[in-house]
Design a protein around this ligand. Sequence first.
Ligand code: SF4
Ligand code: SF4
Length: 277
Amino acid sequence: MIISVASGKGGTGKTTIAVSLALSLNNNVQFLDCDVEEPNAHIFLKPKITCTQSVNVLVPQVDEEKCTHCGKCAKVCSYNAIAVLKEKVLFFPELCHNCGGCSLLCPEKAIKEVPRQKGIVEEGEANSINFLHGKLTVGEAVSPPLIRAVKKVAHKNQTTIIDVPPGTSCPVIEAVKGSDFCILVTEPTPFGLNDLILAVEALRKLKIPFGVVINRADLGDKKVEEYCDEEKISILMQIPMDKEIAIAYSNGIPLVERKPEYKEKFRELYKEIEKQF
Ligand code: SF4
Ligand code: SF4
């Protein structure tokens, strides 16, 4: 079973929930931190890294000797990663989506594709959990290829928990794609509700079953609960605001280590998800 843990916005406690769920389950669990722009699950799981791989993508390289500055490559690039000046072609690799369109369509065959490091994938072990995360190279803006690389290295026959980047954009879609179930973590505030609604819309389009965990549930209002009720979305767990949990988090201590009684609650949550299959 693949369970992704997502959140329409950052700072809701998504990683806390993902890490706690992984630590509460028995053997044969793997954890994928696909929040490759800011991976932080390793701070809590403290894996011993045993393998590091570089992830490269192909980007265009223009041969100015052959180039006639016709401008076709800039025209075909939907991401504005190429600009053609009178006597020079400018390339912005951090904007490139590695589609290969420009090299394919260059009439002078002046563009060849060369490898560029997108980031790294590290694999290791933490408390008998198989751990994987991606780290995007500083300055890179396009993370889906690295997320795909993390998922490609993952083992196929393990219960898999995926920590998804926050938001509802392309990296989120890439990370949740293929999940059997998605846990949406939110908080009971107007911002939390707004971003939850967006995340729900995205998951419904992807046809991935989901449920909600409300973190810091006793702060804010009841609008998230009312929304879930109206939309028939199951609320899988509510975690109250707890200063001890917050202090433990800031010290890199997982919720279920600081409060072991939560392990049973996370196992119940997992059983609840299993029942849906
Ligand atoms: S399409 Fe080829 S020839 Fe035309 S500007 Fe781009 S690199 Fe130069
Ligand atoms: S490979 Fe695709 S995204 Fe990158 S510069 Fe060429 S056309 Fe643009």
